[in-house]
Design a protein around this ligand. Structure first.
Ligand code: SAM
Ligand code: SF4
Ligand code: F3S
Length: 452
């Protein structure tokens, strides 16, 4: 089927899950743009609706079903026929099986089949038969695929796909396949091109960036990649996610020495109990993790540490949980993503019996959230009175008179839009802000210099 059928069609892409999915969604939008499609403001206005799905927790799974069924009662789209396409991790996991429960889905495409999304959608316009493509094999994260970026000043750059770690609770290795690193030159050339296009900050992406290059060279070479990306002239480098077992001293040195690497590290701990960490197959102990934090802080004083924590892993006792609480306080996280354990069929942890009442797990979760709020608040107090360079993202969604951006430590910073100024003129600019308010989840202050 010719792709010309897509010319002038409107599309809407909704993304669930992690940054990897956000980046994949940008590739899908880029492919549709290159076929002459136009973005729509909402799914109801679109001829093509694409859901980029996540299955890391049960909640993410159920959201897809809700979204697809609400489309059934949506008005007819401009072109008469609406094509609904499901991509991402649920598509990769379930393949054609998705169609059994979702009778208004026309296209299913897996995480390794993004390059084919436009032709699958074109075929679906021409035929009533569902189009399914879910390759098992990894394709390289193709750089030659068109790419539609949401912002001109920031870009997600995948440096590797897949995961080899098989944490016992996690579905990701089953839906994203094994680790596959992109060659050095491919990543560095991409960042150079982005810098030429005006990008100021890149976030290097992988499920475990610290093992970047192991599949290519037999040993991780992430430190070298950081230095080479630093040489491109990009002003800000961030990366996620970082598995503690693979964070090497040479990577900490590169973080400290490459000026563009921001003083921020996401280091997922998952639990503060060595017993639970063993059951999670994380391959480090509480003591290993705390020693790593000390080594990072010795080289990069004041660094902002963030983390992921799971509460209610099967068999977690009150003592185990208290170890998580004390670890969170000891590290003093600037931010944490906290999750209640969700049983994922097919993972080893799903087989572990557990009779901990739901209310007990919820209570632990609430106590953890309180501790993280305390540590985040305490962390932000250190910025009071300081002037921080803020990469401005634009007006705040909650208050259009406020500009919002990110500090080097990834803190959200608010400042009033100067009288008579246009917020758009600041978007993508770096502006010094003198901080005079430090709350739990944001800093606020006044502009103390020219935008650059
Ligand atoms: N690769 C990243 C790492 O190890 O840091 C994490 C990627 S995963 C998509 C994001 C987070 O989801 C994990 O760090 C974990 O805290 C959480 N997660 C994964 N599986 C989960 C499950 N079955 N139940 C609850 N949370 C889960
Ligand atoms: Fe999942 Fe563990 Fe891989 Fe992260 S490192 S994606 S938590 S299996
Ligand atoms: Fe979800 Fe897949 Fe990411 S399961 S968290 S979208 S890798």
């Amino acid at each position: 089927m010719s792709l010309s059928v897509l010319q002038g069609k409107t599309y809407f892409v909704r993304t669930f899950g992690c940054q990897m999915n956000m980046h994949d969604a940008e590739r899908v939008s880029g492919l549709l743009d290159s076929c002459g499609c136009l973005p729509a403001a909402s799914p109801d206005d679109a001829d093509i609706v694409v859901f980029m799905t996540c299955c890391v927790r049960e909640k993410a799974d159920t959201r897809l079903y809700g979204q697809c069924s609400s489309l059934k009662s949506a008005p007819e789209p401009p072109g008469g026929k609406r094509v609904v396409a499901v991509g991402g991790c649920i598509a990769q996991r379930d393949g054609a099986g998705l169609l059994t429960n979702l009778d208004n889905v026309n296209v299913v495409f897996g995480t390794h089949s993004i390059a084919h999304v436009a032709e699958l959608i074109a075929d679906a316009f021409a035929s009533d038969d569902p189009q399914v493509r879910c390759e098992e094999v990894e394709e390289s994260a193709a750089t030659d695929m068109p790419w539609h970026r949401e912002t001109a000043y920031h870009a997600w750059v995948p440096i590797m796909t897949g995961c080899n770690n098989f944490c016992s609770y996690c579905i990701v290795p089953y839906v994203r396949g094994r680790e596959k690193s992109r060659p050095f030159d491919e990543v560095v050339d991409e960042v150079r091109g982005l810098v030429r296009a005006g990008v100021r900050e890149v976030t290097l992406l992988g499920q475990n960036v610290n093992s970047y290059g192991r599949d290519l060279f037999g040993a991780p070479r992430f430190a070298e990649l950081l230095r080479r990306v630093g040489d491109t002239g990009v002003e800000r480098i961030r990366f996620t996610s970082s598995h503690p077992k693979d964070l090497l001293p040479e990577t900490i040195d590169a973080m400290a020495e490459v000026p563009a690497v921001m003083p921020q590290l996401h280091l997922a701990v998952q639990s503060g109990s060595s017993r639970i960490l063993k059951a999670m197959n994380r391959k480090y102990t509480r003591e290993d993790y705390l020693a790593l934090v000390e080594a990072v802080r010795a080289k990069i004083p004041g660094i902002a540490l963030s983390t992921d924590i799971i509460v209610g892993f099967p068999g977690e006792t009150e003592e185990d949980f208290l170890e998580t609480l004390t670890l969170a306080r000891e590290v003093g996280y600037a931010q944490a993503f906290t999750f209640i354990y969700s049983r994922r069929a097919g993972t080893p942890a799903a087989e572990i019996p557990d009779d901990t009442p739901r209310a007990v797990i919820q209570d632990r979760f609430d106590r953890l959230v309180n501790v993280i709020q305390d540590t985040a608040f305490a962390f932000n107090q250190h910025e009071l009175g300081c002037t921080v360079p803020v990469l401005m993202e634009g007006p705040s969604k909650h208050d259009p008179s406020i500009l919002q951006g990110k500090s080097p430590k990834n803190q959200t910073v608010h400042t009033p839009i100067p009288a008579g100024a246009d917020a758009a003129a600041f978007t993508g600019k770096i502006v010094d802000v003198k901080v005079d308010v430090a709350r739990t989840w944001y800093l606020a202050g006044t502009i103390a210099g020219e935008a650059r």
